[in-house]
Design a binder for this molecule. Sequence first.
Ligand code: UDX
Length: 398
Amino acid sequence: MRDIQSERIKLLQSGHVPIYEPGLGDLIIKNKERLSFTLNVDEALAHAEIVFVCVDTPPTSAGDADLSRVWSVLRSLKGAAHLAAVVVKSTVPVGTGARARSVLDEAGLGHVGYASNPEFTAEGRAVSDFLNPDRVVIGASDAETARLVEELHQGVNGDVVVMDIPSAEMARMASNALLATKISFINEIANICEATGADIGNVSKAVGLDHRLGRHFLQAGIGWGGSCFPKDSEALKQLASNTGYHPQLLSAVIEVNNLQKRRAIQKLKDQLGTLEGTQIALLGLTFKPGTDDMREAPSAVLASRLLAEGAAVRCWDPLARPADVEPWTSTTRHESVLDAVTGADAAIVVTEWPQLREVTWGEARGLMRRPVLYDGRNLLGPQTMRDLGFTYLSVGRP
Ligand code: UDX
């Protein structure tokens, strides 16, 4: 395995995983005889028959996926003597396979097969999602390349679907867009529940029991974030726009998500009047529990809006790295939830960390200056919190 970041390679060589991903460390230790990590591309390619391209594809200023790292990896394959196939795992727009073919041809690798093998694993569950996938999608240039990639998945417990390259590229984009759509949809229904007196918990349950709709990704909340949904939905929107098509539904899905985060600020304003001079506690910073990832986390939007409104932000999270919180100037970080809420005019549950269920909320209530609690993940019981004296607000619940 090759990377360009020496710190990462050093950690991996010494048996450590540079990211928080349950089970990955054990897997690396178990297979250490068969794994090697290097900064040197020639070393990585010396005996390689199949190369997986797993570089990131961040958004350009136009919102498209930046493929420069993919091209740079493909060009570095020039001269790889044993190479039979190049497999792209990175999330790339539809049409990348055709452009990749030209890059490979120019590098003298016209005989090498190409496949798109999109990634469907979720953070915090990557190992189990990889070993027990709902499906393995392989879009291949030819039957032999498809066979090679399929063979590599022996032992993986899931159906393999082989198709053309553009369809495989689109399958990844469409899956993430549909998951994001389900969440934005249920968030919109939750907002309508608030205005009409229905309870989103009951509604989600009833809707999800229809096997055609499915119960997953119907948890209403403060909005989706992470390294995939925001970037991928925007990239799909731009991909469509670049062809002259206006993706109305996808645009609405993204907008509903942006508004959902701002709605939390409005709800606090309704309770506190102005936010100027207030102290607000953010409970949970990562984009979801079970990860230390802060990419596109709703907490970042909330912190920045609160600071802009003149509030002081106090925060707590069990895994977020301090360096990721640093850009929010004037934010203070606390070791415990009780410290974070001390003197606060309001607290927002941003990430549904299980630790938040264990908080002695009666004590927390006594430490706060004003007892406003906005539960952005519907983690706590409305009646219990109101009985404790909180002005308790949540998403889509009466
Ligand atoms: C996602 C996809 O699930 C995965 O298949 C793909 O490979 C990468 O993107 P991930 O970003 O790790 O995985 O997180 P996921 O668990 O899907 O959650 C994404 C966001 O949606 C989080 O912010 C989460 O809080 C939010 N979410 C999820 C909801 O708000 N409600 C839900 O019902 C589910």
